[in-house]
Ligand binder design. Structure first.
Ligand code: ZN
Length: 368
């Protein structure tokens, strides 16, 4: 169908409407597939051309698929032609009467509208099931903490301060290990002779590892963002110009740590569960403000992990201090002025970590 349309396009003729039915004689295997699967391909192809003529810059002309890349088809349910047997873990699709054994992620209610079956380039099959349901709201948990501030870090994935405490979340070890393995597989693949059997094996191993890391990272980001949204009514993050950072030396670690995805997840989950998501202005100096007295430390360098406030003498862990300042935004106190210092000190029962004084910190450095 694409070929036929492209021929007309190249000759500057009117692009014909082509239906899959025409090809059934020439390609009998098309009869093995259910008619919705074919129909959806036709619709997708028509949409691709329509999009292209609407906006040539954004939508390029459709291309032929490569066999090796991800493949998929979509089929619709009519009169329960698609069913899921939760007990036996079977998915019934049109023309597959005996059902397909599946590994089910969760039970669901509602009417099945369509299913997209896809095969990833590491050779695994997935079925994504679209369901119509009356009540799409997820269960909402009562938040324990009024607000939290989240500092995105490089050494740690995030540092969080809520009503009760400050804590750091590390990059998961399995991800770091997985990335090391990915590098090794990448090297091994590039050394193999192109087109050889060993090269194909190495490609598959590499694709599998890629898929593993993507899935593992998404799982980590989903669980962490859900836990934070469950716990807090207001969630405050920095407005990191991720794209700006990506151009710099930090690029690799920023991309790997998945910040932008994490923020995206927090944002939509906040909407789902009725929480407030605040992204502070890019110029809000969350790292440079002393959370205790409000002094702004303009000398703070990017690699200063701890610093001592010249105004009040408090020693700060850079990330914890930043997350506390973001937390203050969440509870409606973006500027902590020295006048409020006493009030801030009243907060110590909440468990914001007490820091050693400047002198103590200084003497220990001298020893080291
Ligand atoms: Zn201070």
């Amino acid at each position: 169908m694409l070929d036929k349309k492209m021929q007309a396009y190249k000759k500057k003729e009117r692009i014909p409407r082509v239906t899959p039915a025409k090809y059934k004689k020439e390609f009998p295997f098309l009869k093995e597939v259910d008619s919705f699967a074919l129909c959806n391909v036709q619709l997708q192809l028509e949409k691709a051309f329509k999009d292209h003529f609407r906006n040539r810059k954004q939508f390029k002309l459709p291309k032929f698929k490569k066999k090796r890349e991800k493949q998929s088809y979509t089929t619709n349910s009519v009169r329960d032609s698609i069913r899921v047997d939760f007990e036996k873990s079977l998915l019934y699709l049109p023309k597959i009467r005996e059902g397909v054994k599946i590994e089910l992620h969760r039970r669901f209610d509602g009417k099945i509208k369509s299913v997209t079956v896809s095969r990833t380039n590491d050779g695994k099959y997935y079925a994504s099931i679209l369901v119509e349901t009356q009540n799409p709201r997820n269960k909402v948990v009562e938040p324990k903490s009024k607000a939290c501030g989240i500092d995105l870090g490089l050494e740690h994935f995030v540092t969080v301060t809520n009503d009760f405490r400050s804590y750091k979340v590390e990059h998961p070890k399995y991800l770091l290990k997985g990335e090391e393995r990915l590098k090794r597989l990448q090297k091994s693949f590039s050394k193999k002779q192109k087109g050889s059997k060993n090269s194909e094996k190495a490609r598959l191993r590499l694709a599998r590892q890629h898929a593993y890391i993507t899935n593992a990272r998404n799982d980590f980001l989903h669980k962490l963002s859900k836990a934070i949204i469950d716990e807090n009514q207001v969630v405050v993050v920095e407005d990191i110009n991720v794209k700006g950072l990506l151009k710099t030396r930090l690029a690799k670690s920023v991309a790997d740590s998945g910040w932008s995805k994490f923020l995206k997840y927090l944002k939509y989950k906040a909407e789902w569960y009725g929480r407030t998501f605040i992204q502070v202005d890019r110029f809000f100096p969350s790292s440079k403000l002393c959370h205790r007295c409000g002094h702004k430390n303009n000398d703070l360098a990017l690699n200063d992990r701890t610093w001592c406030c010249p105004a009040c003498g408090e020693t700060h862990d850079r990330d914890v201090n930043a997350s506390i300042n973001l937390y203050y935004v969440g509870i409606g106190r973006p500027e902590v002025t020295p006048v409020e210092q006493a009030l801030v000190d009243d907060r110590s029962p909440y468990g914001l970590p007490k820091k050693p004084s400047c002198e103590e910190a200084g003497s220990s450095t001298a020893k080291g």
